[in-house]
Design a binder for this molecule. Structure first.
Ligand code: AKB
Length: 313
């Protein structure tokens, strides 16, 4: 029987690109997009869509049964900056939606699930450079606490009940199709939108704040890669470190300037997101993901900058 895939959060930054790639690989009708928000007319025309609240266990179960869903990509989350403004809402959304689906796997209604973690699961006492897979994890944000807790629950459901749940610790993700919403790493997308409009960018992180980042095509490759890997190769069931490149706002600005002469970034809008970023790693060691299931990114930092500008123009 062909796999039937449900993508939750399909109108978000990752979901938009992921649905497209999954539909190319599995066929439009085998990938059900879903989101709390109403879909665009374009999205609706491309294939099945369900408007769904991932917190509503009954509604979720109905959608799973209606479409005979076998695999779920669960991309619903409140990101770091927004969750700091509404801690209990962030915790509730991030955890309740996860438990709804873990219970469905446990009861045998679906066979495989993807649930992403983040570099936010690390914290101020984590080694900042070449951060290993196994290390101190003391997240200082609600989002990070929910990601670390979720990772441990995914591992528990795997060990205790044999649930096939897989995850990646995403760095900041850069994409041109959909803008991110509510994250600390969003500046690395916002800056490109200003550059192509010929405007200055007022950055909310300080100029030397280095963070690990990844271009969306590589994030999609990693996401589908871990889901398609044979189960025995996915040896880590909390979540895998994955890495691509790291840069500071100053370095990104310099690379954009090479392509867009006259572009300028000003550091006059630094806010509380800079303190969040200060508690995160600067670069990530992903040797386990490379060794276990063959992860390898394609895009260099320079290639990403050129591709972003080309597509946004
Ligand atoms: C955020 O900035 O909150 C996210 C993340 C690193 O998970 N992009």
């Amino acid at each position: 029987m062909a796999d039937k895939i449900l993508v939750l959060g399909s109108s978000g930054q990752i979901g938009t690109d992921l649905v497209e790639s999954l539909r190319e690989a599995y066929g439009n009708d085998n990938v059900v997009a879903s989101d709390l928000r109403e879909p665009s007319a374009e999205r609706l025309a491309q294939g099945p869509f369900e408007q769904l609240n991932a917190m509503d266990a009954e509604a979720v179960f109905e959608v799973i049964k209606k479409h005979g869903i076998t695999q779920v990509y669960h991309l619903v989350a409140m990101l770091s900056a927004t969750a700091e403004k509404m801690p209990m809402k962030g915790w509730d959304l991030n955890m309740t939606s996860l438990f709804n689906f873990m219970e469905l796997i446990k009861e045998g209604h679906i066979s495989k699930m993807y649930w992403p973690s983040s570099i936010a699961a690390f914290g101020p006492n984590t080694p900042v450079n070449d951060t290993p897979q196994y290390t101190v994890m003391d997240p200082g944000t609600v989002y990070g606490i929910s990601k670390l807790s979720g990772e441990l629950w995914c591992d528990y459901y795997n060990k205790k009940y044999g649930c096939d749940i897989r995850g990646l610790r995403y760095p900041g993700l850069i994409s041109y199709k959909t803008e991110p919403g509510g994250g600390t790493t969003d500046y690395a997308v916002d800056i490109f939108h200003k550059a192509v409009k010929g405007e200055d960018y007022h950055c909310f992180l300080s100029e030397d704040r280095r963070l690990p980042m990844m271009y969306m095509p590589d994030a999609i490759k990693a996401t589908i890669g871990i889901m398609e890997a044979p189960a025995e190769q996915v040896k880590i069931r909390t979540s895998y470190n994955v890495a691509s490149f790291s840069f500071t706002p100053r370095e990104l600005n310099a690379l954009i300037q090479k392509e867009v002469p006259g572009f300028k970034t000003l550091y006059d809008a630094v806010d509380e997101r800079d303190a969040i970023a200060a508690g995160w790693p600067q670069s990530i060691n992903d040797s386990e993901a490379r060794a276990h299931w063959g992860w390898k990114p394609d895009f260099s930092l320079e290639a990403m900058v050129k591709d972003m500008l080309k597509n946004l123009k």
